[in-house]
Design a protein around this ligand. Structure first.
Ligand SMILES: Cc1cc2nc3c(=O)[nH]c(=O)nc-3n(C[C@H](O)[C@H](O)[C@H](O)COP(=O)(O)OP(=O)(O)OC[C@H]3O[C@@H](n4cnc5c(N)ncnc54)[C@H](O)[C@@H]3O)c2cc1C
Length: 461
């Protein structure tokens, strides 16, 4: 291997993650070329229309100017608004401080902001150049253009930001069997967007209709429209999945009138939305390590998670910040890596991020049950209220899981472990007691038992 610092980077994929990384690396003065399979008119990104929610974990990894524009163009959500079966409505704050909110943004808006920022920073985006192979040692990427012609492009570092079906990941796995452990699972639930006229609803919360093994979600936009999605189990074969039991327009109308009577008359066209179109499938892809030679995977290419924690792109932006910081650090420790700066950087990145990605995959899948079923149950609500109060009174002793995941920089795996310990401790204190009637006594006992220095609970942030 030649002795060289990282001066040039080839990024595969001009989705939100490829564009965000391009900006961070350009700011260090590196030469950055981004190669995107789709034509310029299609922009980048997966092509889906759904909204994304960003939290401080991801937002704080973006350039300040992008963050400012996201707040101008997005909707700030401070709570879940639960529409119960009996018609009652309840709310659950996302956290305990003003900073504990989501920014809901149409995917296209996020994509355009990040692409414009990358171009302004001096990155070059080359459209209609699809990655079809990689050489991890040189490193280099084989690109096919619109006419089918192929050519190798070399750089000091190659980064795969080409999404859940990553060609970079597949090429590495195929050429180096057993060296990249990849798993891919399609879950039973699918999703579809429903057109719903809901303009008079509260625009500061995520509206949810939990209904057992499925749920409806209406996510506010800045212009007071809502992006509404149904998440529900699928049947049929993999190539033409259907929502189970919703094969005909009549079945769809019956279902919606029964399950969501409060908003059924606002869903003009729901029969077409649910019976006439194929629902989207949801996949979990895990991979370890995230690198081979001088090629590295970032974003969904490394870890595609189901969207039930709303953290996929937040985690991906954290990837970009981690990788950019390691590249920068390497510039100041030149010579320390025996000639393979890029190899050392991507190995360290992988070490840090693989555990986080795997933990997020688990947390996200577990949250499906919470959104479909548990947010509707009185015992769940009582426990969450107790946890919130405990955090308000003793913020150094206990932090609710949602807050740890969405609003801190604690790595997802640490958040998962810390919360499991805290939750078990709280279970012990709560055993046989009523969390509503005995709330203050439980909190007092928890603080007495776990408040000492070095106790399990004092690991919380
Ligand atoms: C229904 C749903 C809802 C979601 N909601 C949220 C949410 O609320 N909050 C959140 O944080 N996350 C959410 N996510 C996750 C989020 O969408 C992803 O984490 C994010 O899009 C990942 O971005 P990416 O740039 O890595 O990949 P992508 O957006 O898939 O972009 C990949 C890019 O690479 C290009 N490409 C692909 N193959 C090649 C190739 N061979 N050569 C060149 N270019 C190529 C593609 O054209 C595309 O432009 C959701 C996901 C789903 C499915």
């Amino acid at each position: 291997m030649s002795d060289r610092a990282i001066r040039s980077v080839a990024i595969i994929g001009a989705g939100p993650v490829g564009c965000a990384l391009a900006t961070l690396l350009r700011r260090q003065g590196l030469t950055v070329d981004v190669f995107e399979r789709r034509p310029e008119s299609a922009g980048g990104g997966s092509g889906h229309s759904f909204n994304l929610t960003l939290t401080s974990r991801g937002l704080d990894c973006l350039p300040r100017s992008v963050k400012r524009r996201l707040y101008l163009q997005g909707a700030v959500l401070t709570k879940r608004i639960i529409h119960h079966r009996d018609g009652a409505i309840s709310t659950q704050p996302y956290g305990t401080a003003d900073a504990h909110h989501l920014v809901s943004i149409p995917r296209r808006v996020l994509q355009d902001l990040l692409r414009d920022q990358a171009l302004r920073s001096g990155a070059e985006i080359h459209y209609e150049r699809a990655c079809v192979d990689v050489d991890t040692a040189r490193p280099a990427v084989l690109l096919r253009d619109r006419d089918g012609a192929t050519s190798w492009v070399e750089a000091d570092l190659v980064v795969g930001c080409d999404g859940a079906n990553s060609a970079v990941r597949e090429a590495i796995a195929a050429k180096h069997p057993g060296e990249l452990l990849v798993t891919s699972e399609t879950i039973a639930h699918g999703h579809a967007e429903i057109t719903m006229d809901y303009a008079d609803a509260d625009p500061t919360g995520m509206h949810l209709w939990p209904r057992g093994d499925h749920f409806l979600q209406a996510q506010p936009n800045r212009d007071r429209t809502f992006t509404t999605s149904l998440f529900r189990p699928l049947d049929g074969d993999a190539r033409s999945p259907r929502f189970a039991g919703l094969g005909s327009p009549d079945a769809v109308a019956d279902y919606c009138a029964t399950e969501f009577p409060d908003v059924f008359d606002r869903m003009a066209g729901v029969e077409r939305d649910l019976a006439g179109r194929r629902p989207g499938r949801l996949r979990i892809v895990t991979c370890a390590p995230y690198h081979h030679g001088r090629v590295v995977l970032v974003g969904d290419a490394a870890h595609a998670v189901v969207p039930f924690f709303g953290q996929g792109v937040n985690c991906s932006f954290e990837d970009t910040a981690t990788l950019a910081a390691l590249v920068e650090k390497a510039r100041f420790t030149a010579g320390a890596h025996a000639g393979d700066t890029a190899g050392a950087v991507v190995a360290e990145y992988s070490d840090i991020r693989v555990r986080a990605g795997h933990a997020l995959a688990e947390l996200s899948l577990r949250n499906l049950e919470e959104l479909s079923d548990r947010v509707d149950s009185s015992s769940f609500l009582a426990r969450r209220a107790l946890e919130r109060r405990l955090h308000e009174v003793h913020p150094d002793l206990f932090t609710p899981l949602y807050q740890l995941v969405a609003f801190t920089t604690m790595s997802y795996d640490t958040a998962q472990r810390v919360h499991a310990e805290l939750s078990a401790a709280l279970d012990e204190v709560c055993a046989g007691r009523d969390p509503v009637a005995e709330r203050d006594a439980i909190i007092g006992d928890f603080a007495r038992l776990y408040g000492g220095a070095g106790s399990r609970a004092s690991h919380a942030c």
